[in-house]
Design a protein around this ligand. Structure first.
Ligand SMILES: NC(=O)c1ccc[n+]([C@@H]2O[C@H](COP(=O)([O-])OP(=O)(O)OC[C@H]3O[C@@H](n4cnc5c(N)ncnc54)[C@H](OP(=O)(O)O)[C@@H]3O)[C@@H](O)[C@H]2O)c1
Length: 404
């Protein structure tokens, strides 16, 4: 029986199939690929239903973006009707992508280490041992798509044993370019008879799930590492829709892994912690109270200003603030840019030369890497700034009313 979401999507797809032929969602992908390379005028992006060719910056570089509108659920069912999608690993992505695939009514199974933390999590999410939950080997044997959703370090360890199941006609699916791109470090050689594809959601697996449930869909990128059948890109796009993407941006494995590792070390995670901490510490050193230092550093940023940037852009946020704030911010921005650029340049170089992946593999190969991570993140939680943050958050009117 189809889950409610799948039924809704099915109804929508029926409506779409009832539309006149010209407006119908057809297999544009294969037909449009050569067009994307040859006939798209640089200055006038062409709009094709389901595929867009967009010059984002206006510099003539045309990028390809796929829409889920081209893959209504009936088409997904038809496309994957003979396939078993085997999720190998059940961390954040396994949870999000797996539940979305299941809700879409596709034939999906989970393969994880028996008795491990993920096995328990999969059971808690309703996967049933012997029915759609197996140990990794059994799932890999049954799967026609081997979805490599274990940790990047875990993949290196598990891969040699899994290679026996990567036989002709099967597809190897990654959500990160890490393992195949840095094969000198990971030891991961792609099986010569398989398509090797990527769909990398641009966010946590938890967000992959919540955006799907809200009927929205996360942005993802897709890429092809090896195309044996000539259909690898089509498969990657179909998979991106199947796991819950809304818009899918075409890239390469190399570009995906470089930008992803760089971004999370920079503005997405490492950079914000570093910038918040530096600003907070200077305020405290100058005699400001903990709550004032936190409010002027984190709370106002996260509650008031960053959401405006996300919704409407940086200029909008600047314009929404006072003359005094705007003057100072516009003057300070280039100083931060100049000070930080060398840090970003070093970061990108370390990603590209493999230093960052080496560090990750070495760290995550330790048996007790989870506890070590826990210790370090506990240390962040114990920093005065975030301890203060906990108390300030509790005073937000919506939380205070709930006694949180
Ligand atoms: N999380 C994100 O935000 C995100 C976003 C986009 C892409 N990705 C990519 O998606 C992939 C999965 O990431 P994730 O965050 O979902 O998971 P993760 O937390 O990195 O990995 C957890 C999974 O790996 C398994 N695992 C670890 N070592 C293993 C080993 N030696 N053999 C077999 N299984 C092993 C764990 O099983 P046990 O419980 O049994 O240890 C668990 O199921 C990665 O390639 C990641 O880079 C992640």
């Amino acid at each position: 029986m189809l889950a409610p979401l799948a039924r809704t999507a099915l109804r929508a797809s029926r409506r779409s199939l009832a539309a006149p032929a010209a407006a119908r969602s057809v297999s544009l992908l294969a037909a449009a690929r050569p067009v994307a390379r040859a006939a798209v005028p640089a200055a006038a992006p062409q709009q094709v239903r389901g595929i867009k060719h967009i010059d984002f910056s206006g510099d003539g570089q045309i990028e390809t973006v796929y829409e889920r509108a081209d893959w209504p659920i009936e088409r997904l069912h038809e496309y994957f009707k003979d396939d078993t999608l085997a999720l190998l690993g059940y961390g954040s992505q396994g949870h999000g992508q797996g539940l979305n695939l299941r809700d879409q009514g596709l034939n999906v199974i989970v393969g994880v280490r028996k008795g491990g933390a993920s096995w328990k999590e999969a059971e808690a999410d309703g996967w049933v041992a012997g029915k759609n939950l197996f140990d990794i080997d059994e799932a890999a044997q049954k799967g026609t798509y081997l979805m490599m959703l274990m940790s990047d370090a875990g993949a290196s360890e598990a891969y040699p044993k899994l290679m026996q199941y990567m036989t002709k006609g099967k597809t190897v699916y990654w959500s990160h370019g890490f393992s195949p791109v840095f094969k000198d470090q990971t030891g991961i050689e792609s099986p010569k008879d398989c398509d090797v594809i990527l769909c990398a959601p641009k966010g946590s697996g938890r967000t992959v799930r919540t955006l799907f449930k809200e009927g929205r869909g996360i942005n993802s990128s897709v890429a092809v590492f090896q195309d044996v059948t000539g259909k690898a890109l089509e498969k990657a796009v179909a998979m991106s829709v199947a796991v819950g993407s809304g818009y899918t941006y075409e890239t390469t494995f190399e570009k995906e892994v470089y930008s992803d590792l760089y971004g999370e070390r920079g503005c997405l995670m490492g950079g914000i912690q570093g910038m918040f901490k530096a600003q907070y510490d200077v305020l405290r050193a100058n005699g400001h109270s903990p709550s004032e230092a936190f409010n002027e550093t984190c709370e106002e940023a996260l509650q008031s200003l960053y959401p405006l940037v996300g919704e409407h852009g940086m200029d909008y946020m600047f314009k929404a603030c006072s003359t005094t704030a705007r003057r100072g911010a516009l003057d300070a921005a280039p100083k931060f840019e100049a000070a930080l650029k060398p840090v970003f340049e070093e970061l990108y170089a370390r990603v590209k030369d493999g230093s960052e992946t080496r560090r990750t593999i070495e760290f995550a190969s330790q048996k007790n890497y989870r506890e070590l991570f826990e210790k370090e993140t506990d240390e962040v939680a114990a920093q005065e700034m975030w301890r203060v943050g906990q108390k300030v958050r509790a005073l937000r009117p919506d939380r205070a009313a709930k006694g949180l």
